[in-house]
Design a protein around this ligand. Structure first.
Ligand SMILES: Nc1nc(=O)c2c([nH]1)NC[C@@H]1CN(c3ccc(C(=O)N[C@@H](CCC(=O)O)C(=O)O)cc3)C=[N+]21
Length: 298
């Protein structure tokens, strides 16, 4: 028996098509497209590719996307001034500051400085608090995308045992909140959890977001469970030599080939959660744009 593959690439295309329709309607009604500003500090090549992809994905659905690349030695004050400008620009609906930031910049200061109503990542403490209070506003993109993948799997969440491995503010905590809101019985597991394998084996729904390549083995998966693998780890297959770059491959936090023999449905890496994160970012930009004009019109 082999699990159903949850194709995030295909579902992301569906979501982007929905967003494109909403964006066209917004643009017609309000005389301007929704605007998304992405800020990257520094020249990390992987981050450059990711942020360029976000800008491109925005433009493909009709969102006015703009990428700002600031030098690696940008001061915290300079970044805060840039955010102030974007916060006060009425044509800007969404602001995303790519993480991680260089060490001279305090991440928390920066995330706190983004207006909550433009916080399309959903990382501002106001938005985190709204979600935890059962009043979701802008919800983090990866957990939103993961919920859509669970929906695609036909997972019954009401009364189900859900285990979230990983307790980050970006994925683990908001994911647990969304599962709880869907009436699952939620366990949050993490690096200090005793007998993590046994905790995972209880899960009807298993979401793994820890950033450790193939941590979750096949025998940690309850037969018939739905598995969402949020991990993206680049592992080296062969070292660089003779001027050839190292051969690498992308693997998740779940040992896919083992887990697929036990799960009823599972996300691949790549092609699972990653593309859904980007699609939900575009949707959050549309959600933010609509909410902002609604607030302005009373
Ligand atoms: N403020 C902020 N918000 C973010 O959402 C954010 C961030 N900072 N910093 C970095 C991480 C990483 N991230 C990814 C999203 C999608 C893919 C993605 O689409 N991956 C593809 C392929 C990737 C590949 O082949 O390299 C896939 O999984 O199929 C990757 C990475 C968003 N992040």
């Amino acid at each position: 028996m082999s699990a159903t593959l949850l194709d995030g690439k295909k579902l992301a295309e569906t979501v982007r098509n929905e967003v494109r329709v909403g964006v066209a309607e917004f643009t017609k009604t309000h005389g301007r497209p929704p605007g998304l500003e992405v800020i990257l500090v520094g020249e990390d090549p992987a981050s450059q590719i990711y942020t360029r992809n976000k800008e491109k994905a925005a433009k493909e659905v009709g969102i006015r996307g703009k990428l700002h690349v600031l030098p690696a030695d940008t001061s915290e004050d300079a970044l805060l001034r840039e955010l102030d400008r974007l916060n006060n620009d009425d044509t800007v609906d969404g602001i995303l500051v790519q993480l991680p930031l260089p060490k001279q910049i305090r991440e928390q200061r920066v995330l706190d400085a983004i207006r909550p109503d433009k916080d399309v990542d959903g990382f501002h403490p106001v938005n985190a608090g709204m979600l935890a209070s059962g009043r979701p506003s802008l919800v983090p993109c990866t957990p939103r995308g993961s919920m859509r993948l669970l929906d695609l799997a036909g997972a019954r969440l009401e009364g189900a045992r859900a285990v979230v491995v990983g307790r980050s503010n970006i994925v683990g905590k908001p994911m647990a909140q969304l599962l709880l809101a869907a009436n699952a019985t939620v366990t949050m597991a993490h690096s200090r959890t005793k007998d993590l394998a046994a905790v995972c084996r209880e899960a009807d729904v298993l979401v793994v977001a820890v950033g450790k390549a193939e941590l979750v083995r096949g025998d940690w998966v309850k037969p018939g469970a739905v598995v969402i693998d949020v991990g993206m780890n680049r592992i080296e297959l062969a070292p660089a030599k003779d001027g050839e770059p190292a051969k690498t491959k992308l693997v998740g936090d779940v040992a896919f080939d083992e887990a697929k023999e036990r799960a009823s449905a599972i996300t691949p890496v790549p092609g699972g959660v990653g593309p859904m994160t980007i699609a939900c970012l575009l949707d959050n930009t549309l959600v933010a744009a609509r909410a902002r004009v609604a607030a302005k019109n009373g």
